[in-house]
Design a protein around this ligand. Structure first.
Ligand SMILES: CC(=O)N[C@H]1[C@@H](OP(=O)(O)OP(=O)(O)OC[C@H]2O[C@@H](n3ccc(=O)[nH]c3=O)[C@H](O)[C@@H]2O)O[C@H](CO)[C@@H](O)[C@@H]1O
Length: 354
């Protein structure tokens, strides 16, 4: 294999939480020829298209109840395994790297059936169903949280943290017209936004602004009431690409508990209020948030129990108590694995170049 370029197929699809760690790992493999496997009409078609050749297959998750729909999905899975096998053979790939989710199933099965290595990264504290089902077939399963390994007893696991995009490791400027000396409350709903959190925040916003804070609100693009609060010290956007600048600058963050955002909060040492998405598969965001709450890096609220009054007061209390925020910031930093993308890339190299 000495002079031949190594060819790697990366299977990552759907949300920022799956795509960004895969992109961060790919950046650490500049000598590799990388191609991408995704699903039509998902975020990868905008994010990946101009960076890596993108191949797509039709796969989706199994429903709880068995029926005709399940048969259709099973048929799609089998046919996508054959498509990926063909792709791996004709493209002469040396292995597959995936960040989990539905796309991981055909990628892992196709690679292993051809005797190629399959490296899986799982960023959640409670691994997803696809990871739990297919991890025993993987060459190695890298996990973001140590806790995840206990749910994967038959897998060869390695703890590597979760990779963040490179700007998070620098201190990028915040390209927003916000004065330097004011407290900044940032709201991050994950790559899709969080309508219920948006509503709570708008109810509290005036009181926080009256206390001297500015607010940056990442709303997602499916909130019908997005323009119902306006103030010169309140900036809202559906999606904001410079999350690194935002989290470095933010005094505190109110967020869902996707693994991607949590990793970024740790790396940027940012205190947070976490409100896990209550309908996430198997309530996995609550497991992620519990890791941060148990470490003293965040306060965890369940959406159904949290009132606007509670949220408003919690933030007002913290604005008056910088030392509590400082303690949480240090605890968040204690959970960070800043060289995660490097560790993961080393693991990929170890197995793909074997
Ligand atoms: C609803 C749901 O099930 N979400 C899951 C999805 O993550 P989902 O993409 O929803 O959320 P994550 O927090 O993991 O990742 C969001 C990513 O998008 C970036 N971002 C977000 C908004 C924005 O305006 N700009 C921006 O750059 C964030 O910085 C972060 O890197 O996959 C994750 C990894 O399996 C899971 O932990 C999440 O639970």
């Amino acid at each position: 294999m000495a002079n031949k370029p190594i060819r790697l197929l990366i299977a990552a699809s759907g949300t920022g939480g799956h795509l960004f760690p895969a992109l961060a790992t790919a950046e650490q493999l500049p000598d590799y020829q990388i191609e991408w496997l995704g699903v039509p009409n998902r975020m990868e078609t905008q994010l990946i298209g101009d960076r890596y050749p993108l191949h797509t297959v039709n796969v989706e998750g199994f429903q709880q109840r068995l029926g005709l729909g399940t048969l259709k999905i099973a048929f799609r899975l089998v046919s996508s395994v054959f498509q990926v096998r063909r792709l791996l053979k004709t493209g002469q790939f040396h292995g597959v790297f995936t960040t989990g989710g539905y796309i991981a199933a055909p990628a892992i099965l196709a690679a292993r059936s051809l005797g190629l290595p399959a490296i899986l990264h799982e960023s959640n504290a409670l691994p997803g169903k696809v990871t739990r089902t297919f991890s025993p077939f993987c060459t190695v399963v890298a996990v973001g949280f140590e806790k995840a390994a206990q749910y994967l007893p038959k897998a060869n696991t390695a703890v590597v943290g979760t990779p963040v995009r490179s700007p998070f490791l620098a201190t990028p400027e915040l390209d927003l017209p916000i004065p330097e000396n004011v407290p900044l409350i940032a709201i991050a709903g994950g790559s899709q936004g969080a309508v219920a959190v948006n509503k709570l925040v708008r109810e509290c916003a005036q009181a926080w602004i009256d206390a001297g804070a500015w607010i940056f609100h990442q709303t997602g693009d499916n909130d019908p009431e997005v323009d119902s609060f306006q103030h010169p010290h309140y900036i809202s956007m559906p999606f904001y690409p410079n999350m690194a600048g935002l989290l470095h600058r933010a005094t505190l963050v109110i967020s869902r508990a996707g693994a991607g955002t949590l990793t970024e909060l740790a790396v940027t040492k940012t205190p947070s209020i976490l409100i896990p998405y209550p309908f996430a598969a198997e309530d996995h965001q609550a497991y992620n948030a519990a890791v941060f709450a148990d470490a003293g890096a965040a306060v965890l609220y369940r959406q159904k129990e949290l009132t606007a009054q509670q949220l408003e007061q919690q933030v007002l209390d913290w604005l008056k108590s910088p030392e509590s925020l400082q303690k949480m910031a240090e605890a968040a930093g204690g959970l960070a694995v800043p060289d995660s993308s490097d560790r993961l890339a080393q693991l990929v190299r170890k197995w793909v170049e074997k």
